[in-house]
Design a protein around this ligand. Structure first.
Ligand code: TGC
Ligand code: FAD
Length: 395
């Protein structure tokens, strides 16, 4: 009997989460989806292969409203809710995790701290230009010797007349090579962690690029080197003292990643499902084999669970009730899910799965960074463990 595979619609929203979205949320998602299909997808493999960031897309991304969507309109943001933010991250990451990184760093790690912890003058000076993409930002927390344990950071500053003098080195900083402004976390003479806005051009400040990455190749990653940089006193974020400052920003970014990972997973799953219907071996589409169906069924099940987790977390974010621990669980689960889906999808494509003609291998390599940055898979597990038991197992 011949097996017909004509026009099979691949199920991607198995529990009709579409119905949970407002008309506005769907419109925002669809606009970003269309931009990804028309403007990002056609060029991203080429940029990733060349390890170059398509920064020429920044004005279009700003126009689309992906920089600071949750920032109030009076500061140039779109004043959107957190589910809309999540959907934007999901759609961009269906294109590429590195481009989602560019957007989520700008929104959650640069605009968020200026909005939450900045002075009114800092908000007015930076936020509208960051929303328009006229300025791009980066976030410096990690140091060469202090990744999972940022409390140990060595960057420091002291007061000298009308400025703070800042010294230190930050490592693995997304957007650093082209950023105009860096949110840098460093210790004051009392050992308290504070945030400083360091601008490109300040003497003693440089941002060398990190080359030879096999992951996030379309995202520019660099170092921040601060050699006695004189930062004007008005560039200190006045609203927060301590590790709580940078970790609060991470809540927003980790939340976005929990949604973003779904985009990457869906892209891999759809590609594999379609391929399995079109690729014939032993006289049948490979989709007809039980082993392939098991892979596809398990992928869709895990994606569906992640979609429901992200949506509920989005509701809690909108109500201001999401805990950092809930965000950790969602980030950890959804990124691990996406990585597993990418690996399985790659297998379904056989040899073709390693080629740039398909997005799968690029997603898989990207997700190896996503599972490490914004708190590693292990650190998020320990955060959940601590929440359950009340006992910290970090040190
Ligand atoms: P601990 O003693 O637990 O807490 C210190 C203070 O911080 C507060 N806090 C939080 N506040 C807000 N949100 C959170 N998620 C928070 N977690 C903790 C806490 O209440 C306390 O406040 P206070 O006022 O009592 O002092 O801190 P610890 O030193 O034991 O560390 C805990 C641990 C290990 C969980 C934390 O250090 C951690 O999350 N480590 C992972 C580091 C990390 O995620 N780095 C990410 C760098 S940025 C990045 O990767 C960007 S990638 C961007 C991209 O390209 O998309
Ligand atoms: P380490 O902390 O050295 O960890 C190494 C291993 O040990 C991991 O498996 C970890 O889980 C494990 N480990 C550590 N401590 C424990 C423990 N207590 N118990 C069990 N296991 C443990 N940082 C920024 O500040 N800004 C950025 O924009 C940024 N962008 C990044 C972009 C990329 C592409 C990458 C790869 C990283 C980026 N990072 C950024 C840094 C990222 O947040 C760190 O890599 C991450 O926090 C882990 O730190 P580490 O690499 O030093 O690993």
């Amino acid at each position: 009997m011949a097996i017909s595979v004509q026009n099979k619609a691949i199920p991607v929203d198995y529990f009709n989460t579409e119905e949970l979205l407002s008309v506005e949320q769907r419109a925002i998602r669809d606009a970003v989806r269309q931009w990804v299909e028309n403007r990002l997808r056609p060029i991203i493999d080429d940029y990733a292969q060349r390890a170059e960031s398509p920064t020429h897309l920044i004005p279009e991304m700003a126009q689309l409203g992906v920089f600071g969507p949750f920032i109030p309109e009076e500061y140039g943001g779109a004043g959107l809710d957190y589910i809309s933010y999540g959907l934007i991250m999901q759609e961009i990451e269906a294109g590429d995790s590195g481009i989602r990184s560019m957007a989520s760093v700008q929104s959650s790690l640069v605009m968020y701290p200026i909005w939450k912890f900045g002075s009114e003058a800092q908000r007015r000076k930076y936020l509208p230009r960051l929303a328009k993409g006229e300025l791009m930002g980066c976030f410096g927390l990690t140091e060469p010797d202090h990744g999972s344990n940022p409390a140990g950071m060595e960057s420091y500053f002291y007061e000298d007349g009308d400025a703070y003098v800042l010294t230190g080195r930050k490592m693995w900083i997304s957007n650093a090579p082209f950023a105009d402004v860096a949110v840098v976390w460093a210790k004051d003479p009392d050992g308290q962690i504070r945030g400083l806005l360091v601008e490109r051009g300040m003497e003693g400040f440089s941002t060398p690029e990190i080359h030879r990455k096999w992951s996030l190749r379309a995202s520019a990653t660099g170092e921040l080197i601060m050699d006695r940089v004189r930062v004007p006193k008005q560039n200190l974020l006045p609203g927060v003292v301590g590790l709580r400052g940078p970790l609060s920003c991470l809540n927003s970014a980790r939340y976005g990643i929990a949604w973003g990972a779904i985009g990457a997973a869906l892209d891999c799953y759809k590609t594999a499902a379609q391929y399995s219907l079109e690729r014939f071996q032993f006289g049948k589409p490979i989709a007809a084999f039980q082993l392939t169906q098991k892979k596809l069924a398990e992928m869709l099940t895990e994606i569906t669970k992640a979609q429901l987790l992200a949506f509920r977390l989005g509701q809690l974010m909108n109500e201001g009730k999401a805990t950092p621990q809930q965000i950790s669980m969602a980030k950890r689960n959804n990124v691990a899910m996406a990585l597993e889906v990418a690996r399985t999808a790659r297998q379904i494509l056989g040899g073709m799965g390693i080629m740039g003609d398909y997005s799968i291998m690029r997603h898989m390599m990207n997700l190896e960074s996503v599972i490490t940055y914004e708190g590693t898979h292990e650190i998020h597990l320990l955060i959940t463990g601590q929440d359950i038991t009340g006992i910290s197992a970090f040190s």
